[in-house]
Design a protein around this ligand. Structure first.
Ligand code: NAD
Ligand code: MG
Length: 297
């Protein structure tokens, strides 16, 4: 495939070998993922769809957030990259790609479950980019637990703060700065509709992200600020090998989809670009699912 516009059979568009069982501590690094994921590094072709836009992307170091950052930059946006400090190696690789696209990359390490960092991140974006008109919440925490009894209060709390509180703080802090025409894009999951029995807390947060976004979208539409959501299916990223799935499930990851394979982060980027750009101007409060055919309501 030479770029994302090449006519291709989606069944075998990505011929990734089945992953081995593997585990990474902490948030997981793309640099240590095997096989490596595709974020469109070699293929994403921008056509000026986000020229001059100023974007904040959380979880921008790896996986879906990395693909979004690369695509946004190639579409003409400057990007603030939020990630955890231990992911600096991944984030620096993304910053290099953004810079190579001729755009500004601002590195902003920190923990979004900490209110001070989350709010300060917005202020940093406004200061360093000279404004803000795209807020993309991609950062998320997913830890599999076979039994409800296995979820500690601390882990439950961290998942909720990372997936929900951070989104609330970042949206609230951003609002005074967002001009009409801005877009907020949150990241849900197929788990919002078809929750796995082992992802009770995570799936719950993803349903809440959908509902938060649908309510907020109606509130902000009269101000010319659009809120939408992307809901991915099984995508090959470090999240899955860092506790997101049982290790023994990894070789079969994504095989259950109608397309018969996991998605690559690169396949999510066009959905975010569409919802960010003025071409989706009449699309408000929508959840765009990218699931390889897994049905959603
Ligand atoms: P990923 O691990 O590459 O990205 C998640 C990112 O979240 C990490 O890189 C990290 O920077 C960030 N993060 C986590 N906790 C944080 C914290 N406390 N502070 C700051 N940053 C933090 O994995 P991904 O799969 O690309 O995940 C991106 C989003 O997509 C998540 O919201 C996830 O729930 C969602 N999602 C993923 C899948 C999938 O199959 N991979 C499916 C549906 C939804
Ligand atoms: Mg990461």
């Amino acid at each position: 495939m030479s770029d994302q516009y090449t006519f291709t059979n989606p069944v075998d568009q990505y011929t990734m070998p089945k992953p081995d069982e593997q585990y990474q501590d902490g948030p997981g690094l793309d640099a240590e993922l095997s096989p490596r994921a595709d974020h469109g590094e070699k293929t994403y072709r921008g056509t000026g769809r986000l020229t001059g836009r100023k974007a904040l992307v959380t979880g921008a170091d790896s996986g879906i957030g990395r693909a979004v950052a690369i695509a946004f930059a190639r579409e003409g946006a400057d990007v603030v990259l939020s990630y955890l400090p231990e992911e600096a190696e991944d984030a620096e690789a993304v910053a290099k790609l953004v810079t190579e696209a001729g755009r500004t990359a601002v590195l902003a390490p920190g923990d979004v479950s900490d209110e001070r960092y989350a709010r300060g991140l917005v202020q940093k974006a406004v200061t360093e980019l000279g404004g803000l008109d795209l807020v993309v919440n991609v950062a998320g925490r997913q830890q599999t637990a076979e039994k409800l009894e296995d979820i500690t209060t601390e882990s439950f709390d961290t998942t909720v703060r990372t997936n929900l509180h951070a989104m609330f703080w970042i949206c609230q802090e951003a609002l005074p700065h967002l001009p009409a025409g801005s877009a907020i894009i949150n990241t849900s999951s197929v788990q919002a509709y078809s929750p796995s029995p082992t992802l009770v807390d995570y799936a719950m947060t993803k349903a809440a992200i959908n509902t938060f976004s649908k309510a907020l979208a109606q509130q902000l539409a009269p101000r010319g600020i659009r809120v939408n959501v992307v809901a991915p299916g099984p995508i090959w990223t470090p999240l899955q090998v860092a506790g997101g799935q049982p290790t023994e499930a990894l070789p079969e990851f994504g095989q259950q989809t109608p397309l018969g394979r996991p998605g690559q982060p690169a396949e999510l980027a066009p959905a975010y670009v569409y919802l960010a750009s003025a071409e989706s101007g009449y699309t408000v409060g929508e959840t765009l699912t990218v699931t390889g055919g897994m049905p959603t309501p």
